[in-house]
Structures are given as structure tokens and as C-alpha cells.
Design a binder for this molecule. Structure first.
Ligand code: B4P
Length: 192
């Protein structure tokens, strides 16, 4: 079973590369950003609470996203593997994910981090904001806040998987196909 975490700051290309990975490896795609946006769309109470935070570029509480991932793992318990996109974003979420997977006798195979500098991230997100309709992509101050959240709360997650010797960093700047090639090569090193 392949359980992959795609890691990186907002705008690093996680969503973009996830689409290519699921097509090639037949994995279930679990994007906490997409799950939260579905809740907002549905007008659920959880969605309404999450929207207030997401519109300010702030992470939603750990319990909320851990609960959503727990439900999805249960729903897809016979899957060939998972790609976690935008999760875990805190060390607490990483610990919870390890525990959840262990309860199915599973574990993370590898975390692949996409490395992109802040100027490129802002440019990509502002460009996406022209067409995506995502409120969190539409102004520079909000994008800076998201990058700040990433630096303070999410970056330490890399060390958590580095300590388990499951961390690989890849240059996230360049042709989308080339980056996908690098990801595929990395995946083949962690699967047998
Ligand atoms: P997400 O939906 O995860 O948003 P994101 O970080 O912006 O992801 P992504 O950005 O995947 O987009 P991609 O890099 O592919 O989260 C949104 C919010 O939800 C968070 O701020 C937070 O509030 C909340 N949230 C989500 N998960 C949470 C969690 N676990 N805990 C707490 N809160 C959580 O693409 C960006 C753009 O770059 C695209 O337009 C793409 O076309 C372009 N691009 C991609 N690759 C490129 C390349 N190689 N070259 C040029 N452009 C490229």
C-alpha cells in the first residue's frame, strides 16, 4: 500500500501534482482544503466555522480536520492507498494521522515536499485568484498570512517525518511534467 503525503506551502503545486499522482497510482485523494470547501459549499455548521478562519488565512482547528480524515479513511478502508494533500499541517495532525493509520496496520510511506520561494508562491496564488473565485487567493496580505501560518505551524511537520527517514524535498519550480517525473522517481524508491 502506498500512503503519500504531498507537502509544501500554499501554492507550491500540491493540488496540481495530486491530480497527476492519483491518475497514475490509483490512490484516493484526501485534500483537507477541498473537504473544507465542500463543507462551506454545503452550508454546514462546520463549513461556516471553517470559512471564517480560511478567509483570514488561518488554519482551522486540528480536531476538525482530524475528524474529517478519520471519516474518509473509514469510508475508503479497502483503498490501494492514499495521497494526503494539505494534511497534516501541524505536528498534532501528524501524530493523529500516524495513530489512525496504525489502527489499520498502515503507515506513511513517504512525505514529498515541494520547495518554492515566497515570491513565486504569491505570484501563483494571485494569478489563480483571478479565476478560482477563492477568497483566500485574492489579496496579497491574506496570501502573506497563509505563508506565515505555514512557516510557524506547518514547517515543523517536515522534521517529524525527517526523523522517521521518510522525508524527501523536490524543487517545485519548473515544468509541471518535469516535477511530476521527479515525484514518480521518488515514489518508486519507496515502494516495492
Ligand atoms: P488548501 O486548499 O490546501 O490550499 P493551498 O495550500 O493553497 O493548496 P494548493 O495551493 O494545493 O494549490 P497548488 O499549490 O496546486 O488550503 C486552503 C486553506 O484551508 C488553508 O489556508 C487553511 O485555512 C485550510 N486548511 C486546509 N487544510 C488544513 C489543515 N490540514 N489544517 C488546518 N487548516 C487547513 O496550486 C497553486 C497554483 O500554482 C495553481 O494555480 C497552479 O496552477 C499553479 N502551479 C502549480 N504548479 C506550478 C508550476 N510548477 N509552475 C507554475 N505554476 C504552478
Amino acid at each position: 500500500m502506498l500512503n503519500l503525503i504531498l507537502f509544501g506551502p500554499p501554492g507550491a503545486g500540491k493540488g496540481t501534482q495530486s491530480q497527476k499522482i492519483i491518475a497514475k497510482y490509483n490512490l484516493i485523494h484526501l485534500s483537507t482544503g477541498d473537504l473544507l470547501r465542500s463543507e462551506i459549499q454545503a452550508g454546514s455548521e462546520l463549513g461556516l466555522r471553517a470559512k471564517t478562519l480560511m478567509d483570514q488565512g488561518i488554519l482551522v482547528p486540528d480536531e476538525v480536520v482530524i475528524g474529517m480524515i478519520n471519516n474518509k479513511l473509514r469510508e475508503h478502508r479497502n483503498a490501494a492507498g492514499f495521497i494526503f494533500d494539505g494534511f497534516p499541517r501541524t505536528v498534532k495532525q501528524s501524530e493523529a494521522l500516524d495513530e489512525l493509520l496504525a489502527s489499520y496496520n498502515e503507515s506513511i510511506s513517504v512525505m514529498i515536499a515541494l520547495v518554492v520561494d515566497d515570491n513565486e508562491l504569491s505570484a501563483r496564488l494571485l494569478k489563480r485568484g483571478e479565476t478560482s473565485g477563492r477568497p483566500d487567493d485574492q489579496n496579497e496580505a491574506l496570501i502573506s498570512k497563509r505563508i506565515q501560518e505555514y512557516n510557524s505551524k506547518t514547517k515543523p511537520v517536515a522534521d517529524y517525518y525527517r526523523a522517521q527517514e521518510k522525508f524527501v524535498a523536490i524543487d517545485g519550480i519548473g515544468e509541471i511534467e518535469f516535477i511530476f517525473g521527479e515525484i514518480s522517481t521518488t515514489i518508486s524508491r519507496f515502494t516495492f
